[in-house]
Ligand binder design. Structure first.
Ligand SMILES: *[C@@H]1O[C@H](CO)[C@@H](O)[C@H](O)[C@H]1NC(C)=O
Ligand SMILES: *[C@@H]1O[C@H](CO)[C@@H](O)[C@H](O)[C@H]1NC(C)=O
Ligand SMILES: *[C@@H]1O[C@H](CO)[C@@H](O)[C@H](O)[C@H]1NC(C)=O
Ligand SMILES: *[C@@H]1O[C@H](CO)[C@@H](O)[C@H](O)[C@H]1NC(C)=O
Ligand SMILES: *[C@@H]1O[C@H](CO)[C@@H](O)[C@H](O)[C@H]1NC(C)=O
Ligand SMILES: *[C@@H]1O[C@H](CO)[C@@H](O)[C@H](O)[C@H]1NC(C)=O
Ligand SMILES: *[C@@H]1O[C@H](CO)[C@@H](O)[C@H](O)[C@H]1NC(C)=O
Ligand SMILES: *[C@@H]1O[C@H](CO)[C@@H](O)[C@H](O)[C@H]1NC(C)=O
Ligand SMILES: *[C@@H]1O[C@H](CO)[C@@H](O)[C@H](O)[C@H]1NC(C)=O
Ligand SMILES: *[C@@H]1O[C@H](CO)[C@@H](O)[C@H](O)[C@H]1NC(C)=O
Length: 877
C-alpha cells in the first residue's frame, strides 16, 4: 500500500460512523464523511473533465480516468490534502507556464504515477513544486519508461522541502543531484524503471544521506523481462548510515555477485530488513552460498533476511556461524536446498532471536512449466558461472572447501535412549531405540516448509526447543505420520495437509497438548488401519485445547463414536469430501462448536443414532453443512427428512439440499411432503397385507387343528401320560382288558351286569369311569390314558350314547388309538343296548360297526348266557 492509501485507510478505520454524502457535482462520485473532512472517490469513471467539489473535501481520488491535464487551477477544494491522479493520460504540469497547485497549498500527498509526464527539464520546469512546500509524499513513478536519456532536475525537486517519501523512475542517466541534499526529511525512496539501467554506480545515493528505506526491487517484472540491474557497485550503500530497509529483489541479472557487493556494504548501514529475492533466472543453474557472502552480516543488527528464489543449492559448512544473532526471520523459499548437514546444535544455539523461518517451495525448478523459466539464455548461465568463480574463496587449496561435516550427521542428531531416558519418558510412554533430534534455533516459534518436497515419514522425533508454536508442512511427501513428536509442548498450529499420507499412528499427536489448529486435509488417512479400530479414540486424546480440525479429503469411511471425546473446545470441524455414510461421532460436549462440515460425503440419510448424536448438539448454535451428499428420498428416510426439516436452521445452505425421487430431483421440503403422502399409503398396504397373511395362517391352522383335533388331543394326553405310567409294548401288559364307554343313563349295565359277569366270574379287568378314573386328573386326560392303557374299548351303543359328548369323545379317541397305536387292529367292540335309530349313527361309527366286532345285547333272558360267552371271547381275541 502506498502512504496515501495507508493514511486514508487509517482515517476511515478511525471513524465509527461513515455514510454516503453528496460532495461533488458528479453524483457518480462516492463521498465518505470523516471527522477530518470529506473523501471523494471519483476513480474509474472515465472522466475527461474534473468535477467540482465542496469545500469540506480533503481527499480526491481521480485515479483511472481519462484526464489529459492536471485539474484546472481553482477547481480543487482549497483544503485538499490528498490527491490521486494515477493512471490517467496527463502529459504536462501546465501548458501556459503558470505554476500548478496555486489554490491547494496544503497538499500532503500527490500521486501522479502511471501518466506520461517525462522526467526531463522541459516538463519539470522551474517552480512547478513551489506551491507544494508541505507535500510529504510524491509519486511520479511509471512515467518515463522509454529508453531515452533523461535528467532529473534536482533544482526543481529541492523546493519540496517537506518531502518524506518519493517514488520516482530511475531510468537511464537519471541521478540524484546536489539539490536533493536540501530534502532533509526524505527518508523513503522507491525506484522504478530500473529496467533500462544496467549499473548503479557507487556514488548514486551520495546526495540522499538520510534514507531509511530504499526499494530498488524490479517488481514490475511480471512478464519475465529479466532486464533489471546487472551491477550494483560495491560501496553504493556505505554512505547510507541510517538505512534500515533495503530491497534489491527481482533484478534477475544481479546474481549472487551483486548480492555479495551489497552485503559487504551493509555493516556501514543500520540495516534491519534486507530483501534479496529472485536475483537469478528461474531455470538457471544451481549455485552455492559461501560463508563469505553473508559473513559481513555478522557486523550488523539485521532482523529480517529474504533470500528466496536464488537457486541456492548447498552452502558452505558452518554457514550458520555467520548468521547474526540479531536475526528474527529468515525467508529462503523457492531455492533448491536439500536436507543436509548445514547446521549444528552449538551453532544454532546462539541464534536466540530467530522466531520464524520459511523454507517453503524447494526444488520447484524441476519439471517447471513456468513460462518465465525459459527466458534465461545461455549468456546468463555463463555469467552465473563467472560469478561463482569470482566468489569462490579458496584459490590455492581446494581441500578447504568442504561440504561434508566434520562428524557424521547421524551421530549428532540421534538422541540415544541411554543418555536421555528421563526426558524421553516424559514425552509419551512408547519405547523407541532412538529418536531423530531436530535442531532448530532455541526460541523459534514458527517453522514453515510447505511444498518443499520433504519426504519419507514423521519418525519418532525430538525437537531441540519447546518454543515452537507453528509448524507448517503442507503439500510435502510425508507418507506416514508415526511420531511421537516430542518436546513440542507449546505447538498450537500444525498443518500436515496435502501430503497424501496413508498411515497415521494413534500416538503421533500424543505429546501435543497445546494444539489448537490441526490441518490434516488432503491426505489418504482413511486407508490407515487406525480408523477401523477403537484405537482411533486415542488419536486426539490429548488435544484437549483443539479449536480447529480439518480432516477433509481423506477417503474416510468410518469414524468411531469417541474420536473427539476429549476435544471439548472444538469450534470448527471439517470432514467434507470423505466417504462417510452416516454420522457416528459424539459432539454434544463441544459447547463452542460453530461449524461441522460433512458436505461431499456419501450420506443417503442419517440413521436414528446419527440424528440423535447431532440432535444433542443443537443446544448450541452449530451449523452443519451437508451439501452435496447423495441424499436419497425413500420411505426409509422419511423420518430423517422430517427431522432435518425441523432443524433446518442448523443446516447450512439447507435450501440447496436435494434428493432424487422417482428419477426427479427435489428440494427437501417438497420431497418430505411427497414422501409423507406416498409412504403413508405404502404403510397402509403393508399393514393390510400383514393382517391378511395372519388371518390366512390362522384360518389354515384352525382348519388343520379341527381336522386333526382328535389326534392332537390324543397325542397331547398320551405324551402327558408318558411321563408317568409307561405301558410296555408287548401284549397283555395293558392295565385293563377293556375300557367301557357308556352314556350316563346306561350306567347300570356296565356297573352291575358287566362287572358281575366279566370281572367277578371271568376275571377280566374293566375300566369303568365311574369307578376307575383317577381323581385330580382332567376327564379328557383320564379317558385318553385309560383307552391307551386298555386292550379293547367297549362302546355301549344306545340313543343316549350317540347324544353324549363324552361318549363321542371316547369313541373318537379310541378311533385314533386304533389307527395310531394299534396299526388298525380290531380293538373296538360295539355293543348295542336297546334300539338305535340308524339315522343318528355317524359314518365313523358305521365304519367300525362294519370293520370291528359288533354284538347286540339280547332282549330275552335265555339268550343272555350265550351273549356273555361270546362277549368274553371277543374280549379275549
Ligand atoms: C483511488 O482509486 C483507485 C481505484 O479504485 C484505488 O486503487 C486507489 O487505492 C484509490 N486511491 C486512494 C488514495 O484511495
Ligand atoms: C448534490 O447533488 C445534486 C444532484 O442530486 C447536484 O445538483 C448538486 O450540485 C450536488 N451538490 C454539490 C455541492 O455538488
Ligand atoms: C459524471 O460521470 C459520468 C461518468 O461516470 C459521466 O458520464 C457524466 O457525464 C458525469 N456527470 C457530470 C455532471 O459531469
Ligand atoms: C509543457 O508545457 C511547457 C510550458 O507551456 C511547454 O514549454 C512544454 O513544451 C510542454 N511540454 C509538453 C511535452 O507538452
Ligand atoms: C561488484 O562490485 C564491483 C566493484 O565495484 C563491480 O565492478 C561489479 O560489477 C559488482 N558486481 C555486481 C554483480 O554488481
Ligand atoms: C555462542 O555464544 C557464546 C557466548 O555468547 C560463545 O562463547 C560461543 O562461542 C558462541 N558459539 C558459537 C558457535 O558461535
Ligand atoms: C526440549 O525443550 C527444552 C526447552 O525448550 C530444552 O531445554 C530441551 O533441551 C529440549 N529437549 C531436547 C531433548 O532437546
Ligand atoms: C496423552 O498424554 C498422557 C499423559 O502424558 C499419556 O500417558 C498418553 O499416552 C497420551 N496419549 C497418547 C495417545 O499418546
Ligand atoms: C460407529 O461407532 C461404533 C463404535 O463407536 C463402531 O462400532 C461402528 O462401526 C461405527 N459405525 C460407522 C458406520 O462408522
Ligand atoms: C444454492 O443455490 C443457488 C440457486 O440455485 C445458487 O445460486 C447458490 O450458489 C447455491 N449455493 C451453494 C452454496 O451452492
Amino acid at each position: 500500500m502506498t502512504y496515501l492509501e495507508v493514511t486514508i485507510f487509517t482515517i476511515i478505520c478511525n471513524i465509527a460512523m461513515t455514510y454516503a454524502f453528496n460532495c461533488s457535482s458528479n453524483s457518480s462520485c462516492l463521498c465518505v464523511n470523516t471527522p477530518s473532512g470529506l473523501i471523494a472517490d471519483c476513480s474509474g469513471l472515465g472522466l475527461t473533465k474534473v468535477p467540482l467539489f465542496t469545500d469540506r473535501v480533503i481527499s480526491v481520488n481521480l485515479s483511472k480516468n481519462c484526464l489529459t491535464t492536471l485539474p484546472p487551477e481553482g477547481s480543487l477544494p482549497s483544503k485538499l490534502k490528498y490527491l490521486d491522479l494515477s493512471i490517467n493520460m496527463i502529459r504536462n504540469f501546465s501548458t501556459d507556464g503558470t505554476l500548478p497547485f496555486s489554490t491547494t497549498k496544503h497538499m500532503l500527498s500527490l500521486n501522479l504515477s502511471y501518466n506520461m509526464i517525462l522526467l526531463d527539464r522541459d516538463t519539470y520546469f522551474d517552480g512547478i513544486f513551489r506551491n507544494l512546500r508541505q507535500l510529504q509524499h510524491l509519486d511520479v513513478s511509471y512515467n518515463s519508461l522509454g529508453n531515452r536519456s533523461y535528467y532529473c532536475p534536482d533544482e526543481v525537486f529541492q523546493e519540496l522541502q517537506s518531502l518524506q517519501r518519493l517514488h520516482i523512475d530511475a531510468v537511464l542517466n537519471v541521478s540524484f543531484g546536489k539539490g536533493f541534499l536540501a530534502l532533509r526529511q526524505l527518508t523513503h525512496l522507491k525506484l522504478t524503471g530500473l529496467a533500462t539501467r544496467i549499473t548503479i554506480p557507487n556514488n548514486y545515493f551520495l546526495h540522499l544521506p538520510n534514507l531509511i528505506s530504499l526499494d530498488m526491487s524490479a517488481q514490475w517484472d511480471t512478464q519475465g523481462l529479466f532486464t533489471g540491474l546487472e551491477h550494483i557497485e560495491s560501496g553504493t550503500f556505505r554512505r547510507l548510515a541510517h538505512l534500515e530497509i533495503l530491497d534489491i529483489s527481482y533484478n534477475r541479472k544481479l546474481g549472487l555477485c551483486g548480492f555479495t557487493n551489497v552485503t559487504h556494504d551493509l555493516p556501514f548501514t543500520s540495516i534491519k530488513i534486507f530483501k534479496a529475492q529472485y536475483l537469478a533466472c528461474e531455470r538457471g543453474g544451481s549455485t552455492l552460498l559461501f560463508n563469505n557472502d553473508i559473513k559481513p552480516l555478522l557486523n550488523t543488527n539485521i532482523e529480517e533476511l529474504y533470500i528466496d528464489g536464488n537457486n541456492l543449492d548447498k552452502t558452505e559448512a558452518r554457514i550458520t556461524l555467520f548468521i547474526p544473532k540479531s536475526l528474527r526471520y529468515i525467508s529462503a523459499t523457492d531455492n533448491r536446498w536439500i536436507v543436509g548437514p548445514y547446521s549444528y546444535y552449538d551453532m544454532l544455539m546462539n541464534l536466540t532471536n530467530i522466531k520464524k523461518i520459511d523454507l517453503s517451495f524447494q526444488n520447484r525448478h524441476q519439471m517447471s512449466q513456468s513460462v518465465n523459466s525459459w527466458k534465461c539464455d545461455h549468456i546468463e548461465s555463463v555469467a552465473e558461472i563467472g560469478c561463482l568463480c569470482k566468489r569462490y574463496p579458496y584459490k590455492v587449496n581446494t581441500h578447504h572447501l568442504t561440504f561434508k561435516p566434520d562428524l557424521p550427521f547421524n551421530q549428532k542428531s540421534k538422541l540415544d535412549n541411554a543418555n536421555h531416558s528421563a526426558t524421553l519418558h516424559s514425552c509419551v510412554p512408547y519405547f523407541y531405540p532412538s529418536f531423530q533430534l531436530v535442531i532448530v534455533p532455541p526460541n523459534i516459534e514458527e517453522i514453515k516448509m510447505e511444498s518443499a518436497r520433504v519426504g519419507y515419514s514423521i519418525p519418532p522425533l525430538y525437537i531441540s526447543t519447546s518454543a515452537v508454536k507453528t509448524l507448517i508442512l503442507r503439500n510435502n511427501q510425508l507418507y506416514s505420520f508415526i511420531g511421537p513428536m516430542c518436546n513440542f509442548t507449546n505447538l498450537q498450529f500444525l498443518d500436515l495437509s496435502g501430503n497424501k499420507a496413508t498411515d497415521i499412528s494413534s500416538y503421533v499427536f500424543g505429546a501435543l497438548p497445546s494444539l489448537r489448529h490441526l490441518a490434516l486435509d488432503n491426505n489418504i488417512l482413511g486407508n490407515s488401519k487406525i480408523f477401523f479400530t477403537v484405537d482411533s479414540k486415542h488419536l486426539f486424546e490429548n488435544q484437549t485445547n483443539l479449536a480447529f480440525l480439518n480432516i477433509s479429503s481423506n477417503s474416510i469411511s468410518i469414524l468411531f463414536q469417541d474420536l473427539l471425546l476429549r476435544s471439548t473446545y472444538l469450534k470448527h470441524i471439517y470432514l467434507d469430501h470423505n466417504l462417510l455414510v452416516d454420522w457416528n461421532v459424539t459432539i454434544e460436549h463441544m459447547k463452542n462448536l460453530e461449524i461441522l462440515d460433512i458436505s461431499w460425503n456419501q450420506i443417503l440419510y442419517l440413521s436414528p443414532n446419527g440424528m440423535q448424536l447431532l440432535d444433542n448438539s443443537f443446544t448450541t448454535n452449530v451449523s452443519i453443512n451437508m451439501l452435496n451428499n447423495p441424499l436419497h428420498c425413500s420411505c426409509d428416510s422419511v423420518t430423517f427428512f422430517e427431522w432435518i426439516q425441523k432443524h433446518s436452521k442448523h443446516f447450512l445452505h439447507f435450501k440447496n439440499y436435494t434428493c432424487s425421487y422417482k428419477g426427479d430431483i427435489y428440494e427437501i421440503n417438497t420431497a418430505t411432503m411427497r414422501l409423507k403422502k406416498d409412504c403413508a399409503s405404502y404403510i397402509e398396504v403393508v399393514v393390510l397385507s400383514v393382517i391378511l397373511i395372519i388371518t390366512f395362517i390362522a384360518v389354515v391352522c384352525t382348519l388343520l387343528v379341527y381336522r386333526f383335533r382328535w389326534k392332537l388331543r390324543y397325542l397331547y394326553y398320551v405324551m402327558k401320560g408318558a411321563y408317568g405310567y409307561h405301558r410296555l409294548e408287548t401284549e397283555d401288559h395293558y392295565q385293563f382288558d377293556a375300557f367301557v364307554s357308556y352314556a350316563d343313563s346306561d350306567r347300570h349295565f356296565p356297573k352291575d351286569e358287566m362287572v358281575d359277569y366279566l370281572e367277578r366270574q371271568r376275571n377280566f379287568r374293566l375300566c369303568i369311569h365311574h369307578r376307575d378314573f383317577i381323581a385330580g386328573c382332567g376327564i379328557a386326560e383320564n379317558i385318553t390314558n385309560a383307552i391307551h392303557n386298555s386292550r379293547k374299548v367297549v362302546c355301549v351303543l344306545s340313543e343316549d350314547f350317540l347324544k353324549s359328548e363324552w361318549c363321542m369323545y371316547e369313541f373318537n379317541i379310541a378311533l385314533i388309538e386304533r389307527t395310531v397305536a394299534r396299526q388298525g387292529q380290531n380293538m373296538i367292540i360295539m355293543l348295542r343296548l336297546g334300539r338305535v335309530n340308524m339315522k343318528n349313527i355317524t359314518t365313523e361309527i358305521m365304519y367300525i360297526l362294519k370293520e370291528d366286532t359288533y354284538i347286540e345285547y339280547p332282549e330275552n333272558e335265555e339268550d343272555r348266557r350265550i351273549f356273555w360267552e361270546d362277549f368274553a371271547e371277543s374280549l379275549d381275541s
